[in-house]
Design a binder for this molecule. Sequence first.
Ligand code: IPD
Ligand code: CA
Ligand code: CA
Length: 286
Amino acid sequence: MPSNTDSSEFVPAMAEIAREAGALLIKYFEARVKIEYKGEVDLVTEADRKSEALILERIRAQWPNHDVMGEEGTRIESGSDYRWYVDPLDGTTNFAHGFPVFCVSLALEFKGQRIAGVVYDPTRNELFSAEQGRGAYLNNRPIRVSAVDNLAECLVATGFPSHKRHKNPNVFFYHQITLRTHGVRRAGSAALDLCSVACGRFDAFWEFNLNPWDTAAGVLIVEEAGGQVSDFSGAPFNINSRETLASNSLVHEAMLAEFDAVFKGRGLEELPSPVEYAKSRGKAIK
Ligand code: IPD
Ligand code: CA
Ligand code: CA
């Protein structure tokens, strides 16, 4: 058992656990599992639970004294300096519909500091990892955020919560930032969205109401790849924050300025009226 906080002692074992859980997910994915509901549109499957059980067993076997918080109900809180955040299947809605964008996300904190994180996408065999102060990697090769410094040239990502979705204003941000960038993707796995910022596929990502298990690993991977993560006012990211804004750091200020404008109701582009559009249907298209 590691006796100090040297995170490089953890990452190889974390990668092995994530790969094992990813292989289990693929088996269920190919068999098309039954969908159950946690909330109105909050889905869960047997694969989520089996993956969490496997990960928990592996963690407990190697680090029996560590605390663990897992999305599917694991809460081990003994006051240990070490705490794991486990998302056994990030992207359940995609998974349940057969859309191949999902992953396993594991992060480890020591005294409240993120020291190691691993995100594994079993559909592409892509393993993202980071250790505090040692950079970020994709399949063991170093990765870096993009060098795009102009918001208008950015490809950006977001997500919409399945919980309390009627109360979420994100569609306004989606609309505004779509008009200000090359586009906004909504792929359905926050951990993979963060990793895509880390390796330069996306230039920024934001989401309301994520949970610690969605963000813990991905945030460390973005930071170690040279990116920046904050809340929507620019304050440092906090694991219990309900606001996540990650970027290549070069466009962070520009993203914050867009958020500020939307929150103040300033500069909002008007949406075209669907009623007017409907009236024009059937007429010759010019
Ligand atoms: C969800 C995904 C999705 C995000 C949701 C999350 P889950 O996690 O990360 O991209 O938009 O907010 O809850 O439920 O599939 O683990
Ligand atoms: Ca998740
Ligand atoms: Ca999950």
